[in-house]
Design a protein around this ligand. Structure first.
Ligand code: CP
Ligand code: NVA
Length: 305
């Protein structure tokens, strides 16, 4: 299993590999195709969804087809996964049919079990704990708008959730500073921050004003993620963390606003911000396609030498 090129979590991969994957995605986006026109011809990717998706599903389906490959999509409800077939057996069976598997699931343990028993690469399409494909697209977008990642200051404002965890994982790999402003009870795990900082990251938990001060990039996400049960408590705790015109004004004048989408408009972000001139959310959504082409080429073919 060890020589299979999985894409499980950003903290498990080297900075060099991640940077090369991002570059590969950008080169594909520019139409340069380092592996040729249809490098994944004859290859099939299985997509497993145990949670809803629009962007992840469409970007992986379109990306595979643009690279010459095919996809087969499984939802928990309409497959035997929903009736309790084990992840291990699902991994063993799918590995006989397809060349890689992407999974969106609940607990990270299911992703890891799939990778343990699959004999083909496994890609993390979101778990309750992380969302690495999203952060690859976000980093591509920031590079396009700011020209670099190293030395920038990012402010994560709101829920310390799966998406924020992947930002924390990415911080020591790409050299940006990350301030997180999250209410008590919805903060990221302190151990996660300590691990990132032990690896050279500049990550800190702080208040909203400090996070926004001098920020080049402002990121938020929904206050109630898929599977969260405590919606009322979350709304109450997170309301002061809304991104609106006055919070945007506390960051650098040329700061960009990002959100992985779907947005809950006028909850975590107001219409005037998400539709405003500093918002790059639709470039960010488009880059799911391009960044994941880099991920797919890495998993299937490896990196060009
Ligand atoms: N951002 C994101 O992962 O979107 P979907 O849930 O629509 O896939
Ligand atoms: N944090 C959100 C991300 C959705 C793409 C969720 O898990 O629902």
């Amino acid at each position: 299993m060890t020589d299979i090129r999985h894409f499980l979590d950003l903290d498990k991969m080297s900075a060099e590999t991640l940077s090369d994957i991002l570059d590969l995605g950008s080169v594909e986006k520019a139409g340069k195709a380092p592996f040729g026109d249809k490098p994944l011809a004859g290859k099939t990717l299985a997509l497993i969804f145990e949670k809803p998706s629009t962007r992840t599903r469409v970007s992986f389906e379109v990306g595979m087809r643009q690279l010459g490959g095919d996809v087969v999509t499984l939802d928990a409800e309409s497959s035997q996964i929903g009736r309790g077939e084990s992840i291990a057996d699902t991994a063993r069976v799918l590995s006989r049919f397809v060349d890689a598997i992407m999974i969106r699931t609940t607990d990270e343990s299911k992703l890891l079990e799939l990778a343990q028993y699959a004999t083909v690469p496994v890609i993390n399409g979101l778990t309750d704990q992380s969302h690495p494909c999203q952060i690859m697209a976000d980093l591509m977008t920031i590079k396009e708008h700011k020209g670099r990642l190293d030395g920038l200051k990012f402010a994560w404002v709101g829920d310390g959730n799966n998406v924020s965890t992947s930002f924390i994982h990415a911080a020591p790999k790409f050299g940006f500073a990350l301030d997180l402003a999250c209410p008590v009870g919805y903060r990221p795990n302190q151990g996660l921050i300590e691990t990132a900082n032990a690896e050279g990251g500049k990550v800190r938990l702080t208040d909203m004003d400090s996070a926004l001060d001098g920020a080049d990039v402002i990121v938020t996400d929904c206050w109630v993620s898929m599977g969260d049960k405590d919606a009322d408590a979350r709304m109450e705790a997170l309301t002061p963390y809304q991104i609106n015109a006055s919070t945007m004004a506390k960051a650098k004048p040329d700061a960009i606003f990002m959100h992985c989408l779907p947005a809950h408009r006028n909850e975590e972000v107001t219409d005037e911000v998400i539709d405003g001139p500093q918002s790059v959310v639709f470039d960010e959504a488009e880059n799911r396609l391009h960044a994941q082409k880099g991920v797919l080429l890495y998993c299937f073919n490896g990196l060009p030498s």
